[in-house]
Design a protein around this ligand. Sequence first.
Ligand SMILES: Nc1ncnc2c1ncn2[C@@H]1O[C@H](COP(=O)(O)OP(=O)(O)OP(=O)(O)O)[C@@H](O)[C@H]1O
Ligand SMILES: [Mg+2]
Length: 503
Amino acid sequence: MEKLLVADRISKSFGPTRALHDVNFELCGGEVVSVLGENGAGKSTLIKIISGVLAPDSGTLVIGGKPRRFARPRDAIAAGIAYIPQELAVVGSLTVAENLVLGSWPSRLGMTTPRAIIRRASEICERAQIDLPLRQQASTLRLGDLQEIEITRALARDARVILLDEPTAALSEAESSHLFSLIRSLTARGVGVIFVSHRLEEVAGISDRVCVLRNGRTAAVVDGGSASHADLVRYMVGDAPAVERKPRPPVQGPPVLSLRGLSVPGHAGVTGISLDVRPGEVVGVYGIRGSGAATLAECLGGELRHQSGELEVGGQTAALPRSPRAAARLGIAYIPPDRKRGGLFPNLSIGANLGLAHLRADSAGGFLLAGRERARAQAVLRDFHVAARSENQNAMTLSGGNQQKILVGGRLQSARRLLVAQEPTRGVDIGARREIHQHIRRFAEAGSAALLVTSDVEEAVDISDRVLVIRNGRLVAELAGDRLSQSSVVAAAAGEQGTGAAA
Ligand SMILES: Nc1ncnc2c1ncn2[C@@H]1O[C@H](COP(=O)(O)OP(=O)(O)OP(=O)(O)O)[C@@H](O)[C@H]1O
Ligand SMILES: [Mg+2]
């Protein structure tokens, strides 16, 4: 097979951090090669070097047999390498066709007509051999469709190598499987795909080869089909994982939080949801995307305005929180699903990010007691094993998974009664996932409670005492004890009969 790309002994440091150390990597036409590794292992750095976003300190990239040095992403694009970022550059207010022709508007005597745009966009789709709803407005599409627009654009520019960095992290299962069939059709026509994911099933299912990075070095390169999960995990972390689900006795006592008849109108809204969360409990909430499960979390986190229903917190009637601050006053800490929007503040240090929620407690007479802020930050760095140089490091220079640990750690510190965590382990590796799960359980066991809203069914079943399933905005099942399993949860969410779920 033709070698599209060879990376030879690539090294890259950020200050004192050695992100990559003599890493080798190869990709042939028609292949999917996955890059696997714990948070901070160097995956994104490798992807960015191949796509010209970052320059390596040493080592060479050989593209199509020729050594190349990319000064900027445009050089990599010209060499047939397309990086599909997680933050997609699709403009929501434009149609799909307009997005496709962005940057190369068809014009005649300076005039562009809607027909000309559709015609040009159809040509692009034909060239890429991908069908898209050209007239639809991009803001109405799902994330998976937006990725497809980016991939179509790349193919129309004759990309031979497509780099996908955690493309499935925020996709539903149906969207992911659609993406995988798209990837297979790409490789069938000779395109090479580099795929980064933390989900081992996906990696094993799609990859011809798997390159495992550990602490910036190549830990192993194995055939996609032959390596077992246990092997891959061992290459990633150097030891085998544990933590089995232990059945827990049902929790008694007056609820920490009691919600009656919550309704939120609109898209992905909810109708008449009632639930109780008792001290010591982790309650999972599961629903497919658009089911309303996310809306429930946002509502308790104070992110919404137009909800109705009744709330009791600690035995006292309370108004539904209509701002994050109101939620905090009720003792509710909310972990949003997207650390970029509503999570961490860019350009602030780790310490400052963690200190924000405690500014008042950490100040005296109008002065910030820096020692307190530092101690808090250091506790999170230590408890969550964050790979950071110090609490003074800019939070945005951490790897994605380490940013997530900071977010979760900080919110856990400020939670008093209830932690509402939405997708708390999205994009984190197995080790960090285990740590985050343990912290959530420990937080509940110390007498508070947690509501875990997740689209990751394994996570819902592993750490919850019981799982509530939401479908079409309604609570359709509560599963616990012997009835709680991944398949019973998925079946209830999909609306299958015979799960014991009330419709
Ligand atoms: N711009 C930067 N400045 C300083 N350090 C950085 C920068 N980018 C990455 N690093 C560091 O380099 C190391 C590798 O980071 P990288 O983002 O490649 O990890 P990753 O494998 O993609 O992790 P994740 O699974 O969390 O996304 C980490 O220790 C990270 O903190
Ligand atoms: Mg990364």
